[in-house]
Design a protein around this ligand. Structure first.
Ligand code: SAM
Ligand code: SF4
Length: 337
């Protein structure tokens, strides 16, 4: 067991895990309506003044990098590409010392246009979410006919040198559960890295059902009908994806089995919501309000101390399989996936 958080040092929790990877949600809004994430009508969005300003985001990321040992910053949402100040935020974060690695999780819409400027600003990598290659299925899944825009976004990211380009896919029973091999073929052919994610109980509609979820086991069985998958000799570290070499490599595929093979014991993540709440976990039921503190004039030392205290309380695991599991009140889009 580690010592309780003091006035300096990294984000350590009582189980000795150290958080070096910060996920920052830049907005809870989105231009898609993926069924596993949001209802068709959208959600009651945060009001403008509740959302951190660009300066506030950069200040909190600076505290994390300079005082708390964060080395990776990933911007997400909602859809981070619709945040007007995104380029300025990336530029400011890339100027921090020591410079963190900077990545973005996006649905890819508009990325073809924005990728060169993002790269120039200091963005290192992107993960683009794409669950199907079939236009009709895409429209059913996301409730918007934007498959072409996502494919253009992927190509634009690669052309701009944002490497590696990763694809995140979620499989839904009865919708796209048969598509794992086609998605992997597409990824291998375009030199994108595919990662398939088990669906998690984080949708606003509370429609998740353990019994209908497509499991990692099923995903691997389906991929093996077409590809030879062998264990990846590379160190997994704190990465959520377990990876395999595809047909002997060098192409790889990852499976993020958050539900059936949880990796909480190696988790190195801390999260900041668009309205300035620190969360120790996607599934946390508590948050620590750094926005109120920062707007009340709190100095950087005290903000860092509060962040450490919030992380110290991180639970050992997400507990999805516990009978007492409670889905967090905030949906994925408002936490930042
Ligand atoms: N809008 C961006 C996007 O779609 O990439 C960023 C935010 S989104 C919440 C981040 C990731 O979470 C996406 O890859 C999405 O597929 C995934 N996601 C959303 N809801 C999920 C759920 N219930 N289970 C598993 N993954 C989910
Ligand atoms: Fe939007 Fe991403 Fe949620 Fe889809 S998964 S609705 S793209 S936030």
């Amino acid at each position: 067991m580690s010592v309780a958080p003091g006035t300096d040092g990294v984000l350590v929790d009582r189980y000795g895990r150290v958080a070096r990877d910060l996920r920052v949600s830049l907005t809870d809004k989105c231009n898609l309506r993926c069924t596993y994430c949001m209802p068709a009508e959208g959600l009651p969005w945060l009001a403008g003044p509740e959302v951190l300003t660009d300066e506030e985001v950069v200040r909190l990321v600076r505290v994390a990098v300079e005082r708390l040992g964060v080395t990776e910053v990933r911007f997400t949402g909602g859809e981070p590409l619709i945040r007007p100040g995104l380029l300025g935020i990336v530029t400011a974060v890339a100027a921090l010392e020591p410079r963190p690695r900077i990545s973005l999780t996006t649905n890819g819409i508009g990325l073809d246009r924005l990728a060169p400027a993002l790269r120039e600003a200091g963005l290192d990598r992107v993960n683009v979410s794409l669950d199907t290659l079939d236009p009709a299925r895409f429209t059913t899944l996301t409730r918007r006919p934007r498959l072409d825009a996502v494919l253009a976004g992927l190509a634009g990211a690669a052309a701009a040198g944002l490497s590696p380009v990763k694809i995140n896919s979620v499989l839904m029973r009865g919708v796209n559960e048969d598509e794992a091999p086609a998605l992997l073929r597409f990824a291998v052919d375009h030199d994108y890295q595919l990662r398939i994610i088990e669906q998690m109980p984080l949708d606003a509609q509370h429609g998740w059902d353990r019994h209908t979820m497509v499991t990692a086991e099923e995903i691997l069985t389906s991929l093996r009908t077409v590809f030879d998958l062998s264990p990846d000799p590379a160190e997994r570290g704190a990465a959520p994806a377990e990876t395999w070499l595809v047909d002997g490599g060098p192409a790889r595929v990852g499976v993020i089995a958050s539900v059936t093979r949880p990796f909480c014991g190696d988790c190195d993540r801390t999260r900041l919501t668009a309205d300035g709440q620190v969360r120790a976990c996607l599934f946390a039921t508590e948050e620590s309000d750094l926005r109120a503190a920062l707007r009340a004039g709190t100095d950087d030392d005290e903000l860092a101390r509060r962040w450490r205290t919030a992380m110290w309380g991180k639970r050992a695991g997400h507990g999805i399989d516990d009978p007492t599991f409670l889905q967090p009140t905030r949906p994925m889009s408002a936490i930042g996936g």
